[in-house]
Design a protein around this ligand. Structure first.
Ligand code: PLP
Length: 407
């Protein structure tokens, strides 16, 4: 454990732990799911970390994702496959949201989505552990981030996406060197094919939460929020929930920060936002159960949250319930109206999933679930530029008389 005793230890990982049973697994070897078929969580020696790194020395560092390296799993800094993972800004949207509403704009990250956080960490670990071939089912953004980071370190990728995946994502993956296939099914149908190949030893399975390190990268959203809020946290977080990696990751981050003594015991209420055309977590939340059944005939414009079944369902539901939050569903017209409002009124082009968080926030405000004066963070997980926009087809003939008044 922690063999890398150097002047600056890059990480304080001690072991991995099954999120369901607590069974312990060794660090520094390749793992998928636990024997119980559930996600593995990475554990750190937080006492030693707290002695080696103070909040003040952390604050003196550059604000990028790797400022948190002691709380991330990579052992050797030379294995980090970076494309420049900046800290993302908190952008106010006073007109479409409200005075205290901030959008964490993840569209500024490499490959244009927050999938970069998870995949930069997972690919760096795959490299560290000697993986040469990775396969993944994806609705688009995860595959794009995987393709980019894997290309950068010479790992081969096979990527399967549902037939409805946005064209731009499919092309982006192909352009970044992935072997990409459309499949006539949903993301879990793609996942089943990836699983078969992994069982035959053809590749390593990079499905959401089926390898332990993506969640660690996504955790940095929670770490960043704490630093950006001056070591406090907002009152409420609205998170567009597909596989739920980010929500689970942030919840883990808050716990680790509290154990380090860097934040107190207060937590934001976590709101898991889904589309009403694919809302397995919302249904499970409302039924009061711990696991979510598969959502049949999933359909929504918000492709990133079109996930009929999540292996981390119980972790999402636990975090939401412990936080005093809720799981909320919004329909596609409300999602598109929110995207439109943020763009027209506040000049911020959200992705549909980001629009879903704004729509859910507006609904929650009018239902009295959140108060006007509360500090709220909405996650915009990808740049709106990757998504179809409403047509804008006005045409001007420069050779005809131009009615300037009408422009
Ligand atoms: C993947 C994705 C989500 C869902 O994130 P999870 O952490 O897997 O729940 C939301 N929005 C966008 C744009 C995504 O690409």
């Amino acid at each position: 454990m922690n063999r890398n005793i150097s002047v600056e230890r890059p990480t304080f990982v001690t072991h991995l732990e099954c999120s369901l049973t607590g069974e312990i697994y060794a660090a520094d070897t390749l793992h998928g799911l636990s024997r119980a078929g559930r996600p593995l969580l990475v554990r750190y020696d937080l006492d030693a970390l707290g002695r080696a790194l103070s909040r003040a020395s952390l604050e003196a560092r550059e604000t990028d994702l790797w400022r948190w390296r002691e709380l991330l799993p990579v052992r050797r800094l030379e294995n980090i496959v970076s494309l420049g993972e900046i800290e993302t800004p908190l952008v106010p949207i006073p007109r479409s949201g409200g005075a205290k509403v901030l959008v964490k704009d993840e569209g500024r990250l490499p490959t244009g989505s927050f999938k970069a956080r998870g995949l930069v960490t997972a690919v760096s670990m795959a490299r560290e552990l000697g993986v040469t071939r990775i396969a993944m089912p994806t609705n688009g953004n995860a595959g794009a981030a995987l393709a980019a980071y894997a290309a950068r370190c010479g790992i081969e990728t096979v990527i399967l996406c549902p037939e409805e995946t946005p064209e731009v994502n499919v092309r982006e993956m192909a352009a970044q060197g992935a072997r990409v296939w459309r499949v006539n099914g949903q993301i879990d149908d793609c996942g089943a094919i990836v699983g078969r190949g992994a069982a035959e030893g053809r590749w390593f399975d990079f499905s959401t939460l089926k390898e332990p390190y993506r969640i660690e990268g996504k955790k940095t959203m929670g770490l960043e929020l704490a630093a950006q809020f001056g070591w406090e946290l907002p009152d409420a977080i609205f998170y567009p929930t597909g596989g739920g990696t980010g929500l689970i990751g942030m919840w883990k981050a808050f716990d680790e920060l509290e154990r380090l003594g860097w934040i107190g015991p207060e937590r934001p209420r976590m709101y898991a936002v889904q589309a009403s055309g694919c809302a397995p977590i919302v249904r499970a939340f409302e039924q009061g159960v711990e696991h979510a059944e598969r959502w049949e005939n999933a359909a929504t414009v918000a492709a990133g949250i079109r996930v009929p079944r999540a292996v981390g369902d119980f972790l999402i539901l636990r975090a939401v319930r412990e936080s005093g939050g809720r799981a909320l569903a919004v329909d596609d017209p409300a999602i598109l109206a929110a995207v439109d409002a943020a763009a027209r009124e506040d000049g911020l082009l959200l992705c549909p999933e980001g629009g879903a968080t704004l729509a859910a926030y507006r609904q929650a405000l009018s239902d009295g679930i959140v108060g006007e004066g509360e500090r709220v963070v909405l996650f915009n997980c990808a740049t709106g530029l990757k998504y179809p926009m409403p047509p804008a087809g006005e045409w001007l003939d420069r050779n005809a008389p131009v009615d300037l008044e009408a422009l």
